[in-house]
Design a protein around this ligand. Sequence first.
Ligand code: ATP
Ligand code: MG
Ligand code: FE
Length: 367
Amino acid sequence: IRVLGIETSCDETAASVVMLEDAPAGAEILSPRILSPQILSNVILSQVEEHAAFGGVVPEIAARAHVEALDGIIEAALADAGVTLADVDAIAATAGPGLVGGLIVGLMTAKAIASASGKPLIAVNHLEGHALTARLTDGLEFPYLLLLVSGGHTQIVRVAGVGDYRRWATTIDDALGEAFDKVAKMLALPYPGGPNVETAAAKGDPTRFAFPRPMKGSAQPDFSFSGLKTAVRQAATAIAPLSEQDVADICASFQSAVADALADRVARALLRFRTDYPDKAEPALVVAGGVAANRAIRETLERLCAENGFRFVAPPHRLCTDNAAMIAWAGIERLNADMADTDAFDFAPRSRWPLDEVSTPVVGSGR
Ligand code: ATP
Ligand code: MG
Ligand code: FE
Protein backbone atom coordinates (compact mmCIF):
# COMPACT_ATOMS: atom_id res chain seq x y z
CA ILE A 1 0.00 0.00 0.00
CA ARG A 2 1.25 3.47 -0.91
CA VAL A 3 -0.17 6.68 0.53
CA LEU A 4 0.47 10.25 -0.59
CA GLY A 5 0.62 12.58 2.43
CA ILE A 6 0.07 16.35 2.34
CA GLU A 7 0.93 18.76 5.17
CA THR A 8 0.17 22.50 5.18
CA SER A 9 -0.93 23.27 8.75
CA CYS A 10 1.75 25.82 9.62
CA ASP A 11 4.77 27.15 7.79
CA GLU A 12 5.98 24.03 5.99
CA THR A 13 4.57 22.97 2.63
CA ALA A 14 5.19 19.23 2.48
CA ALA A 15 4.30 16.11 0.53
CA SER A 16 5.50 12.55 0.86
CA VAL A 17 4.86 9.02 -0.34
CA VAL A 18 5.10 6.25 2.24
CA MET A 19 4.81 2.57 1.39
CA LEU A 20 3.94 -0.41 3.55
CA GLU A 21 4.43 -3.84 2.00
CA ASP A 22 1.35 -5.99 2.09
CA ALA A 23 1.57 -8.84 4.55
CA PRO A 24 1.74 -12.31 2.98
CA ALA A 25 -1.77 -13.73 2.64
CA GLY A 26 -2.98 -15.25 5.88
CA ALA A 27 0.01 -14.03 7.89
CA GLU A 28 -0.58 -12.98 11.46
CA ILE A 29 0.80 -9.48 11.91
CA LEU A 30 2.54 -9.23 15.26
CA SER A 31 4.45 -6.03 14.77
CA PRO A 32 4.51 -3.19 12.25
CA ARG A 33 8.29 -3.66 12.28
CA ILE A 34 7.86 -6.91 10.35
CA LEU A 35 6.12 -5.03 7.56
CA SER A 36 8.92 -2.40 7.43
CA PRO A 37 7.38 0.79 6.13
CA GLN A 38 9.45 2.80 3.68
CA ILE A 39 9.49 6.53 3.13
CA LEU A 40 9.72 6.73 -0.66
CA SER A 41 9.91 10.52 -0.63
CA ASN A 42 9.71 13.34 1.89
CA VAL A 43 9.68 16.81 0.36
CA ILE A 44 9.53 19.81 2.68
CA LEU A 45 9.58 23.48 1.76
CA SER A 46 10.04 25.71 4.79
CA GLN A 47 8.68 29.24 4.67
CA VAL A 48 10.99 30.39 7.49
CA GLU A 49 12.61 33.07 5.32
CA GLU A 50 9.29 34.54 4.29
CA HIS A 51 8.26 35.01 7.90
CA ALA A 52 11.64 35.98 9.37
CA ALA A 53 11.18 39.72 8.80
CA PHE A 54 8.01 39.59 10.90
CA GLY A 55 9.53 37.59 13.74
CA GLY A 56 6.84 34.92 13.52
CA VAL A 57 4.48 33.07 11.19
CA VAL A 58 2.06 35.42 9.42
CA PRO A 59 -1.06 33.37 8.55
CA GLU A 60 -1.93 35.24 5.35
CA ILE A 61 1.61 34.95 3.99
CA ALA A 62 1.68 31.28 4.94
CA ALA A 63 -1.58 30.50 3.11
CA ARG A 64 -0.42 32.26 -0.07
CA ALA A 65 2.93 30.50 0.03
CA HIS A 66 1.18 27.12 0.35
CA VAL A 67 -1.00 27.92 -2.70
CA GLU A 68 2.06 28.80 -4.75
CA ALA A 69 4.19 25.85 -3.70
CA LEU A 70 1.92 22.88 -3.08
CA ASP A 71 1.38 21.57 -6.63
CA GLY A 72 5.11 21.55 -7.30
CA ILE A 73 5.86 19.92 -3.95
CA ILE A 74 3.36 17.13 -4.64
CA GLU A 75 4.83 16.56 -8.10
CA ALA A 76 8.30 16.43 -6.58
CA ALA A 77 7.17 13.94 -3.93
CA LEU A 78 5.71 11.62 -6.59
CA ALA A 79 8.79 12.00 -8.81
CA ASP A 80 11.22 11.39 -5.91
CA ALA A 81 9.27 8.28 -5.01
CA GLY A 82 9.41 7.11 -8.61
CA VAL A 83 5.65 6.71 -8.78
CA THR A 84 2.70 8.33 -10.47
CA LEU A 85 -0.67 9.06 -8.95
CA ALA A 86 -1.91 5.78 -10.40
CA ASP A 87 0.48 3.88 -8.08
CA VAL A 88 -0.91 5.58 -4.98
CA ASP A 89 -3.67 3.84 -3.02
CA ALA A 90 -4.94 6.76 -0.95
CA ILE A 91 -4.42 10.46 -0.26
CA ALA A 92 -3.95 11.62 3.34
CA ALA A 93 -3.99 15.32 4.18
CA THR A 94 -3.68 17.29 7.40
CA ALA A 95 -7.15 18.62 8.24
CA GLY A 96 -6.20 20.27 11.54
CA PRO A 97 -5.22 21.62 13.95
CA GLY A 98 -3.35 24.59 12.51
CA LEU A 99 -3.71 27.83 10.60
CA VAL A 100 -6.99 27.55 8.75
CA GLY A 101 -5.75 29.20 5.54
CA GLY A 102 -3.02 26.62 5.09
CA LEU A 103 -5.31 23.76 6.07
CA ILE A 104 -7.83 24.79 3.41
CA VAL A 105 -5.12 24.80 0.73
CA GLY A 106 -3.85 21.32 1.64
CA LEU A 107 -7.17 19.65 2.24
CA MET A 108 -8.87 21.13 -0.84
CA THR A 109 -5.94 20.11 -3.02
CA ALA A 110 -6.14 16.60 -1.58
CA LYS A 111 -9.88 16.48 -2.21
CA ALA A 112 -9.35 17.57 -5.81
CA ILE A 113 -6.66 14.93 -6.42
CA ALA A 114 -8.70 12.21 -4.71
CA SER A 115 -11.86 13.09 -6.55
CA ALA A 116 -10.17 13.34 -9.96
CA SER A 117 -8.30 10.06 -9.50
CA GLY A 118 -11.04 8.16 -7.68
CA LYS A 119 -8.73 7.45 -4.72
CA PRO A 120 -9.82 7.37 -1.09
CA LEU A 121 -9.24 10.56 0.90
CA ILE A 122 -8.23 10.46 4.57
CA ALA A 123 -8.43 13.58 6.74
CA VAL A 124 -5.58 13.36 9.27
CA ASN A 125 -5.08 15.10 12.58
CA HIS A 126 -1.61 16.71 12.52
CA LEU A 127 -0.96 15.69 16.12
CA GLU A 128 -1.80 12.08 15.30
CA GLY A 129 0.96 12.29 12.70
CA HIS A 130 3.45 13.36 15.38
CA ALA A 131 2.08 10.72 17.75
CA LEU A 132 2.56 7.78 15.35
CA THR A 133 5.93 8.78 13.82
CA ALA A 134 7.91 6.59 16.22
CA ARG A 135 6.14 3.53 14.80
CA LEU A 136 7.23 4.54 11.29
CA THR A 137 10.85 5.14 12.33
CA ASP A 138 11.34 2.67 15.17
CA GLY A 139 8.47 0.19 14.91
CA LEU A 140 7.51 1.11 18.45
CA GLU A 141 4.74 -0.97 20.03
CA PHE A 142 1.76 0.55 21.85
CA PRO A 143 1.44 1.88 24.48
CA TYR A 144 4.06 4.60 24.86
CA LEU A 145 4.40 8.21 25.95
CA LEU A 146 4.88 11.14 23.61
CA LEU A 147 6.36 14.50 24.56
CA LEU A 148 5.47 16.96 21.82
CA VAL A 149 7.36 20.24 22.10
CA SER A 150 6.99 22.55 19.11
CA GLY A 151 6.17 26.12 18.21
CA GLY A 152 2.46 25.50 18.68
CA HIS A 153 2.24 22.61 21.15
CA THR A 154 3.62 21.43 24.46
CA GLN A 155 1.94 18.19 25.45
CA ILE A 156 2.45 14.82 27.01
CA VAL A 157 0.25 12.26 25.27
CA ARG A 158 -0.33 8.64 26.20
CA VAL A 159 -0.50 6.73 22.90
CA ALA A 160 -2.21 3.37 23.43
CA GLY A 161 -3.33 2.48 19.92
CA VAL A 162 -4.39 4.00 16.62
CA GLY A 163 -7.06 6.50 17.60
CA ASP A 164 -6.45 5.88 21.29
CA TYR A 165 -4.78 9.00 22.65
CA ARG A 166 -5.00 10.75 25.99
CA ARG A 167 -3.47 14.11 26.65
CA TRP A 168 -1.95 13.89 30.11
CA ALA A 169 -0.49 17.38 30.16
CA THR A 170 -0.52 20.55 28.12
CA THR A 171 0.70 24.11 28.50
CA ILE A 172 -1.58 26.51 30.30
CA ASP A 173 0.00 29.47 28.48
CA ASP A 174 2.85 29.57 25.94
CA ALA A 175 4.12 26.63 23.91
CA LEU A 176 7.78 25.90 24.60
CA GLY A 177 8.97 26.75 21.08
CA GLU A 178 7.02 29.99 21.34
CA ALA A 179 8.82 30.78 24.63
CA PHE A 180 12.19 30.14 22.91
CA ASP A 181 11.16 32.42 20.04
CA LYS A 182 10.00 35.20 22.38
CA VAL A 183 13.14 35.04 24.50
CA ALA A 184 15.20 35.23 21.32
CA LYS A 185 13.24 38.27 20.22
CA MET A 186 13.78 40.14 23.49
CA LEU A 187 17.51 39.43 23.21
CA ALA A 188 17.52 40.61 19.56
CA LEU A 189 18.49 37.17 18.27
CA PRO A 190 17.16 36.32 14.78
CA TYR A 191 14.00 34.27 14.05
CA PRO A 192 13.42 31.37 14.50
CA GLY A 193 14.76 31.82 17.96
CA GLY A 194 15.19 28.27 19.26
CA PRO A 195 18.41 27.33 17.46
CA ASN A 196 19.93 30.78 18.11
CA VAL A 197 19.15 30.61 21.83
CA GLU A 198 20.80 27.20 21.92
CA THR A 199 23.91 28.47 20.10
CA ALA A 200 24.24 31.49 22.40
CA ALA A 201 23.65 29.30 25.47
CA ALA A 202 26.66 27.17 24.59
CA LYS A 203 28.95 30.09 25.56
CA GLY A 204 26.95 31.13 28.63
CA ASP A 205 26.84 30.47 32.36
CA PRO A 206 23.63 28.57 33.23
CA THR A 207 23.96 29.50 36.93
CA ARG A 208 24.21 33.27 36.56
CA PHE A 209 20.44 33.86 36.65
CA ALA A 210 18.19 31.88 38.99
CA PHE A 211 15.11 31.75 36.75
CA PRO A 212 11.92 30.09 38.02
CA ARG A 213 11.07 26.48 37.16
CA PRO A 214 7.35 26.89 36.44
CA MET A 215 5.03 24.17 37.81
CA LYS A 216 7.94 22.26 39.35
CA GLY A 217 6.53 19.96 42.01
CA SER A 218 2.95 20.92 41.19
CA ALA A 219 0.22 18.29 41.61
CA GLN A 220 -1.32 19.57 38.39
CA PRO A 221 0.44 17.79 35.48
CA ASP A 222 0.58 20.74 33.08
CA PHE A 223 3.29 23.05 31.75
CA SER A 224 3.63 26.82 31.98
CA PHE A 225 6.26 29.06 30.43
CA SER A 226 4.93 32.59 30.54
CA GLY A 227 6.25 33.32 34.06
CA LEU A 228 9.69 32.15 33.02
CA LYS A 229 9.53 34.33 29.93
CA THR A 230 8.61 37.34 32.09
CA ALA A 231 11.49 36.62 34.48
CA VAL A 232 13.86 36.57 31.51
CA ARG A 233 12.49 39.91 30.31
CA GLN A 234 12.94 41.47 33.74
CA ALA A 235 16.50 40.20 34.08
CA ALA A 236 17.36 41.47 30.60
CA THR A 237 15.84 44.88 31.27
CA ALA A 238 17.62 45.19 34.61
CA ILE A 239 21.10 44.79 33.13
CA ALA A 240 20.57 46.45 29.72
CA PRO A 241 22.43 47.30 27.54
CA LEU A 242 23.37 43.66 27.12
CA SER A 243 26.85 42.51 26.21
CA GLU A 244 27.31 39.38 24.14
CA GLN A 245 28.23 37.54 27.33
CA ASP A 246 25.07 38.78 29.07
CA VAL A 247 22.96 37.38 26.24
CA ALA A 248 24.82 34.06 26.39
CA ASP A 249 24.34 33.85 30.19
CA ILE A 250 20.62 34.64 29.93
CA CYS A 251 20.17 32.01 27.20
CA ALA A 252 22.08 29.39 29.18
CA SER A 253 20.15 30.16 32.37
CA PHE A 254 16.83 30.10 30.49
CA GLN A 255 17.63 26.82 28.79
CA SER A 256 18.63 25.20 32.03
CA ALA A 257 15.39 26.38 33.70
CA VAL A 258 13.42 24.93 30.78
CA ALA A 259 15.23 21.58 30.90
CA ASP A 260 14.70 21.40 34.64
CA ALA A 261 11.00 22.25 34.43
CA LEU A 262 10.45 19.79 31.58
CA ALA A 263 12.24 17.01 33.44
CA ASP A 264 9.99 17.52 36.46
CA ARG A 265 6.81 17.34 34.38
CA VAL A 266 7.99 14.35 32.33
CA ALA A 267 9.17 12.48 35.46
CA ARG A 268 5.64 12.77 36.77
CA ALA A 269 4.22 11.29 33.56
CA LEU A 270 6.74 8.42 33.58
CA LEU A 271 5.56 7.52 37.09
CA ARG A 272 1.95 7.60 36.01
CA PHE A 273 2.72 5.42 32.99
CA ARG A 274 4.39 2.87 35.29
CA THR A 275 1.31 2.84 37.47
CA ASP A 276 -1.10 2.51 34.53
CA TYR A 277 0.97 -0.13 32.70
CA PRO A 278 2.84 -2.09 35.39
CA ASP A 279 3.42 -5.03 33.01
CA LYS A 280 4.83 -3.08 30.09
CA ALA A 281 8.26 -4.64 29.52
CA GLU A 282 10.04 -1.82 27.72
CA PRO A 283 8.21 1.45 28.33
CA ALA A 284 9.28 4.26 26.03
CA LEU A 285 9.21 8.04 25.82
CA VAL A 286 9.14 9.53 22.34
CA VAL A 287 10.02 13.17 21.70
CA ALA A 288 8.74 15.17 18.75
CA GLY A 289 8.54 18.80 17.66
CA GLY A 290 11.17 21.36 16.76
CA VAL A 291 12.28 21.94 20.35
CA ALA A 292 13.30 18.27 20.55
CA ALA A 293 16.32 19.33 18.46
CA ASN A 294 17.73 21.14 21.52
CA ARG A 295 20.74 19.17 22.78
CA ALA A 296 20.50 20.28 26.42
CA ILE A 297 16.83 19.30 26.55
CA ARG A 298 17.48 16.03 24.76
CA GLU A 299 20.30 15.08 27.13
CA THR A 300 18.21 15.92 30.18
CA LEU A 301 15.35 13.74 28.94
CA GLU A 302 17.70 10.95 27.94
CA ARG A 303 19.16 10.89 31.44
CA LEU A 304 15.72 10.99 33.02
CA CYS A 305 14.60 8.03 30.92
CA ALA A 306 17.71 6.03 31.75
CA GLU A 307 17.18 6.67 35.46
CA ASN A 308 13.58 5.49 35.21
CA GLY A 309 14.08 2.45 32.99
CA PHE A 310 12.42 4.03 29.97
CA ARG A 311 13.64 3.74 26.43
CA PHE A 312 14.24 7.18 24.91
CA VAL A 313 13.16 7.45 21.28
CA ALA A 314 14.03 10.55 19.28
CA PRO A 315 13.14 10.15 15.59
CA PRO A 316 15.42 11.95 13.10
CA HIS A 317 14.97 15.72 13.18
CA ARG A 318 13.37 15.83 9.71
CA LEU A 319 10.60 13.56 10.96
CA CYS A 320 10.27 15.28 14.36
CA THR A 321 9.38 18.65 12.88
CA ASP A 322 6.46 19.20 10.53
CA ASN A 323 6.54 16.88 7.53
CA ALA A 324 4.16 14.93 5.30
CA ALA A 325 5.65 11.46 5.81
CA MET A 326 4.02 11.40 9.24
CA ILE A 327 0.69 12.32 7.64
CA ALA A 328 0.97 9.58 5.01
CA TRP A 329 1.95 7.14 7.76
CA ALA A 330 -1.01 8.13 9.94
CA GLY A 331 -3.19 7.42 6.89
CA ILE A 332 -1.62 3.97 6.51
CA GLU A 333 -2.05 3.23 10.22
CA ARG A 334 -5.72 4.22 10.04
CA LEU A 335 -6.29 2.10 6.94
CA ASN A 336 -4.57 -0.89 8.56
CA ALA A 337 -6.53 -0.53 11.76
CA ASP A 338 -9.70 -0.22 9.70
CA MET A 339 -10.25 3.15 11.31
CA ALA A 340 -10.03 5.44 8.34
CA ASP A 341 -12.92 7.41 6.95
CA THR A 342 -11.82 6.98 3.34
CA ASP A 343 -14.50 9.28 2.07
CA ALA A 344 -13.62 12.50 3.89
CA PHE A 345 -14.87 14.82 1.15
CA ASP A 346 -17.18 16.69 3.48
CA PHE A 347 -14.52 17.06 6.16
CA ALA A 348 -14.00 20.74 6.95
CA PRO A 349 -10.58 21.96 8.17
CA ARG A 350 -10.42 22.43 11.93
CA SER A 351 -8.10 25.08 13.35
CA ARG A 352 -8.66 23.55 16.78
CA TRP A 353 -8.77 19.76 16.97
CA PRO A 354 -7.43 18.19 20.18
CA LEU A 355 -5.91 14.75 19.76
CA ASP A 356 -8.24 13.23 22.35
CA GLU A 357 -11.10 13.92 19.99
CA VAL A 358 -9.90 11.78 17.06
CA SER A 359 -10.81 8.51 18.71
CA THR A 360 -12.39 6.01 16.34
CA PRO A 361 -13.00 6.64 13.33
CA VAL A 362 -12.60 10.18 12.11
CA VAL A 363 -15.66 11.07 10.07
CA GLY A 364 -16.62 14.11 8.06
CA SER A 365 -18.18 17.02 9.88
CA GLY A 366 -21.24 16.94 7.63
CA ARG A 367 -22.71 13.67 8.87
P1 ATP B 1 3.43 22.96 15.34
O1 ATP B 1 4.17 21.76 14.85
O2 ATP B 1 3.09 22.89 16.78
O3 ATP B 1 2.26 23.29 14.49
P2 ATP B 1 5.73 24.59 14.53
O4 ATP B 1 5.64 24.38 13.09
O5 ATP B 1 6.11 25.94 14.98
O6 ATP B 1 4.37 24.23 15.29
P3 ATP B 1 8.08 22.92 14.62
O7 ATP B 1 8.36 23.29 13.20
O8 ATP B 1 8.04 21.50 15.00
O9 ATP B 1 6.75 23.56 15.15
O10 ATP B 1 9.16 23.62 15.57
C1 ATP B 1 9.51 24.98 15.49
C2 ATP B 1 9.84 25.46 16.88
O11 ATP B 1 10.94 24.74 17.42
C3 ATP B 1 10.21 26.92 16.91
O12 ATP B 1 9.53 27.55 17.96
C4 ATP B 1 11.73 26.90 17.15
O13 ATP B 1 12.20 28.03 17.83
C5 ATP B 1 11.87 25.65 17.99
N1 ATP B 1 13.23 25.10 17.90
C6 ATP B 1 13.87 24.66 16.79
N2 ATP B 1 15.14 24.29 17.07
C7 ATP B 1 15.31 24.49 18.41
C8 ATP B 1 16.40 24.32 19.32
N3 ATP B 1 17.59 23.86 18.90
N4 ATP B 1 16.20 24.65 20.62
C9 ATP B 1 15.00 25.11 21.04
N5 ATP B 1 13.95 25.32 20.23
C10 ATP B 1 14.09 25.02 18.93
MG1 MG C 1 7.11 24.74 11.58
FE1 FE D 1 3.80 19.98 14.17
